[in-house]
Write a protein that binds this ligand. Structure first.
Ligand code: HEC
Length: 258
């Protein structure tokens, strides 16, 4: 060791290329690298191996959800399935006027979406004030301002098929019917199970209607797609795991009107 220090401090400026020195230099350098590596690692053992600052448009890795970005599968498709892909409307079996609103591909192929522009059949139909022209048609309720706003932002953000991983933010503690559960049902269910003629006679747009399917034990089996239940949302993707867990937690916590 004293040999090495001497080499660095005194002999380096006068280094002569003797065969022995040339052999020692790489050995010394690699020793220093290993030492530096040990020091660097010991200070931060939990530093993740993967770089977390991936660019947001990297499609090979699912990103955590960003609050300002609209995600098609997570936020737009459920609205379309619940409100538009009803039997006899824009479902796969009965695509009225060729418009099928059941997947990103079908929406882009058939619904006249103009990325970045608030135009086209779908945008105009949901904003129509004449009930005879408006989509969804009565007796279905019109889309809410919040739902239209999401579709608006999605179109203006380029009508992309972005995905994100919502599990990092899944909270199931102290669920509130008004703040946690009803918003999920409004997004995924009340297009069919709301309005003046709710499908299956099941109304999920208020607490008393939801209580019926909690008390008869039909709701969890349906959203978990268990045998003996009709899989819900009908004709759509399963609810994200987080929402299933939140609904189950709310029921476990007493299914209160809170
Ligand atoms: C596209 C329309 C549609 C959507 C969206 C939809 N449902 Fe349904 N749902 C129906 C129809 C039609 C029935 C009655 C026929 C049947 O049971 O299949 C039904 C039946 C049910 C039943 C009774 C099922 C059973 O096996 O007893 C429950 C519970 C239910 N829905 C809950 C939900 C929930 C919760 C959501 C949202 C996560 C949802 N539905 C979304 C159309 C829909």
């Amino acid at each position: 060791m004293s040999e090495s220090f001497r080499f660095l401090s005194k002999e380096l400026p006068y280094m002569t290329p003797s065969p022995l020195r040339l052999f020692r230099l790489p050995l010394l350098l690699s020793g220093l690298f290993i030492l530096a590596g040990i020091l660097a690692n010991s200070g931060c053992k939990h530093r993740p191996v993967v770089d977390m600052d991936m660019p947001p448009d990297d499609t090979t890795q699912v990103q955590p959800c960003h609050p300002d970005t609209v995600y098609f599968e997570l936020q737009i498709l459920p609205i379309l399935v619940s409100n538009c892909a009803l039997p006899g409307c824009h479902s796969a079996i009965s695509p009225q006027e060729g418009i099928e609103l059941t997947s990103y591909q079908k929406v882009m192929q058939t619904a006249d979406i103009k990325p970045g522009e608030l135009k086209g059949d779908l945008w105009e139909a949901i904003n129509e004030t004449d009930p005879d022209k408006r989509m969804p048609r009565p007796p279905s309720p019109p889309l809410t301002a919040e739902q239209k706003n999401l579709i608006r932002t999605w179109i203006l953000q380029g009508a992309k098929d972005l995905a994100c991983d919502p599990t990092g933010v899944c909270d199931t503690v102290a669920m509130s019917f008004a703040n946690d559960i009803q918003p999920i049902l409004n997004t995924y269910c009340t297009g069919c199970h709301g309005g003046s003629a709710p499908l299956g006679g099941i109304n999920l747009s208020n607490f008393s209607g939801v209580s019926v399917v909690v008390n008869n034990n039909r709701i969890l089996g349906a959203i978990r797609r268990q045998p003996g239940f009709s899989p819900m949302p009908q004709g759509g993707n399963p609810l994200p795991e987080c929402h299933i867990n939140q609904i189950a937690a709310w029921i476990n916590q007493g299914a209160q009107n809170n």
